[in-house]
Ligand binder design. Structure first.
Ligand code: ADP
Ligand code: ASP
Ligand code: MG
Length: 438
C-alpha cells in the first residue's frame, strides 16, 4: 500500500505542526511520500511565506531594499529548525539567495519556489526521509503544461527505499529555469507524485475535515461531505470552492487513484473521499453535494425580436466575444434574448468597444448590462432526474426575499446555477445550506 501525502501551508506553519505530521506518518507505514507547501499562517494575522516571497521580489524589482521582508522569511524557517533541533545549514543557503536577490539575478518563480524548497529540506531532516527536489523531476513543456510521461519516469528513478519528501509548487522548464504552478499548486505536485508512483491513494492534508458543504467563511461550521465524485469536484471548484487547485484532479483521475482530503488538526476524521463513482454510497439520500459560488460577474443581455429563429445569430454574438478574446461562462437564453455571463474583471476593460461591436454586428433591439452579480451553484449528481429540486431551491430563496437574476442548468443535471445580487451572495448560500443540509 502506497499513500502519497501532501501537507498544505497551515499544516507546515510551525514546529508543532511538523510534530503532528510525523505522528500522522507514523500512524500508517503506507505514508511514505510527502509533498509539502511553504509555511502558511500560524494565526489569522500572520503571513504566508509565499506571499512574503512575492513581496520580496516586488521590492527588489522596484529597487527597494527587501532585507526586512527577507529576514522575516528566514527567521520563520530558522525558528522551526531550532525548535526541532535539526542539523540543516540554512544560513549559508539564505546568504547565497539574498545575494542573488540583491543582484536581481533570481526570477520571481525561482524566488517564490524557495518557500516549499526550505520546507521540504527541513521536513526531510526531521523525518529522516530522502529529499527529492521537484526540479529534478517535474518537467514543464514550453506551453506551461507538464510533460507527464517524462516527469513520471524521472521520479520513479529518484525514489529509493525509504520515505521521501518533495517540495510542492514548482518544476523546471526545458531551459532549466524554475517555473511555478499558479497559486495553490502544491496540490498538483502531490497529484503528479501519486500518479507517477501509482499510489493507492492521494491524501491531501489541510486545515478542514474535507470538502465542506459550503465555504466555512460563509456558513458557520458546515458539514463535511464524505464522498464526492471527480465530476462534482470539478463543478464545485470551477464555481468557487477553493479547497484544491483545479489542476489536481486530472493526474489522479487518469490513473484511477482516489483522493482523500484530511485535516492535519483532526487526523482521526476520515475527511472526504473523491473518486470516479461510488458503488454504494454512505449517504444516498443527500440531494445536493455542495453549494458554492463567486461574486462579481456581469450579465450582458441582448434583446432582438425573433432572435431564436434567426439562423447563425448566436454564432455572431459569440464571434464578437471571440474577437475580444473573452470566454463566456454561461449563456442562458429566452425566446427573444440571450444573456452572456462573465466575470466583471474580464469584460469591464473592454465593455464599450464590445457593446459598439454588438450594435454593429447584431443590430439588437436593446442591450442591457447588469453588474454586481454573484453566481451560486448547487452541485450534486443525485439532482439528476429528481423533480422538485429547483423548486425547493427557488422557494427557499423566494421566502428569504432573494431576487434571482439568471438561472442555468446543464443537461447533465449535475448543477443548478443561478445569479443573485452581490449583496445577497452570502445569504443565498446560507439559505440553501439550511434548506438542504441534514
Ligand atoms: P492548504 O494550505 O492546505 O492548501 P487551502 O487554504 O488552499 O489549504 O484550502 C483549504 C481552505 O479552503 C479551507 O481552510 C477553507 O477556508 C477553504 N474552503 C473554501 N470553500 C471550502 C469548502 N467548500 N470546503 C472546504 N474548505 C473550503
Ligand atoms: N505556497 C504556494 C501558494 O501559496 C503553493 C501552495 O501552497 O500550494 O500558493
Ligand atoms: Mg491549497
Amino acid at each position: 500500500m502506497l499513500k502519497v501525502t501532501k501537507f498544505g501551508g497551515s499544516s507546515m506553519a510551525d514546529a508543532g505542526q511538523y510534530r503532528k505530521i510525523r505522528d500522522i506518518l507514523q500512524a500508517d507505514p503506507g505514508r511514505k511520500v510527502v509533498v509539502v507547501s511553504a509555511a502558511g499562517k500560524r494565526n489569522k494575522n500572520d503571513n504566508k511565506l509565499t506571499d512574503l516571497l512575492y513581496l520580496c521580489h516586488a521590492h527588489s524589482q522596484y529597487g527597494v531594499d527587501c532585507t526586512p521582508v527577507f529576514d522575516m522569511i528566514t527567521s520563520r524557517y530558522i525558528e522551526i529548525r531550532d525548535e526541532l533541533n535539526l542539523d540543516v545549514n540554512l544560513e549559508q543557503e539564505f546568504a547565497l539567495l539574498k545575494k542573488r536577490v540583491d543582484g536581481k539575478s533570481v526570477t520571481q518563480d525561482e524566488l517564490v519556489s524557495r518557500g516549499e524548497y526550505f520546507s521540504a529540506k527541513l521536513m526531510a531532516a526531521y523525518l529522516d526521509f530522502q529529499f527529492v527536489d521537484a526540479a529534478d523531476w517535474i518537467r514543464f513543456n514550453l506551453d506551461g503544461s507538464v510533460d507527464k510521461e517524462n516527469s513520471y519516469e524521472l521520479l520513479q528513478g529518484l525514489v529509493k527505499g525509504k520515505g521521501v519528501v518533495i517540495p510542492g509548487f514548482y518544476g523546471i522548464m526545458p531551459d532549466g529555469h524554475i517555473r511555478t504552478f499558479s497559486r495553490g499548486g502544491s496540490d498538483i505536485t502531490g497529484a503528479l507524485a501519486a500518479a507517477a508512483l501509482d499510489a493507492d491513494v492521494y491524501e491531501n492534508w489541510t486545515d478542514v475535515s474535507g470538502i465542506l458543504m459550503a465555504d466555512p467563511r460563509i456558513v458557520e461550521n458546515p458539514q463535511a461531505i464524505a464522498e464526492v465524485t471527480y465530476d462534482e469536484l470539478r463543478e464545485l471548484s470551477y464555481a468557487g470552492a477553493q479547497v484544491l487547485h483545479e489542476g489536481t484532479i486530472l493526474p489522479v483521475r487518469e490513473k484511477g487513484i482516489p483522493l482523500n482530503i484530511r485535516n492535519t488538526n483532526d487526523p482521526e476524521h476520515p475527511g472526504t473521499i473523491i473518486r470516479e463513482k461510488f458503488d454504494t454510497e454512505v449517504d444516498p439520500h443527500r440531494v445536493i453535494t455542495g453549494i458554492t459560488g463567486k461574486k462579481d460577474y456581469s450579465i450582458i443581455t441582448v434583446f432582438k425580436r425573433g432572435l431564436t429563429s434567426e439562423v447563425g445569430i448566436l454564432r455572431r454574438i459569440l464571434g464578437v466575444l471571440e474577437k475580444h478574446h473573452i470566454s463566456v461562462d454561461f449563456v442562458p437564453n429566452g425566446i427573444d434574448n440571450v444573456s452572456l455571463v462573465m466575470p466583471t474583471a474580464v469584460v469591464a476593460p473592454k465593455l464599450y468597444t464590445l457593446l459598439a461591436d454588438m450594435q454593429q454586428h447584431i443590430e439588437p433591439d436593446n442591450i442591457e448590462v447588469m453588474d454586481q452579480v454573484a453566481i451560486v451553484a448547487a452541485v450534486g449528481h443525485r439532482m439528476a432526474y429528481r423533480p422538485g429540486v429547483s423548486g425547493q431551491i427557488f422557494k427557499a430563496l423566494g421566502e428569504a426575499d432573494i431576487n434571482i437574476r439568471m438561472i442555468n442548468q446543464g443537461p447533465d443535471e449535475l448543477n443548478i446555477i443561478f445569479g443573485v445580487d452581490n449583496r445577497d451572495f452570502a445569504s443565498a448560500i446560507r439559505v440553501l445550506y439550511n434548506s438542504f443540509a441534514k
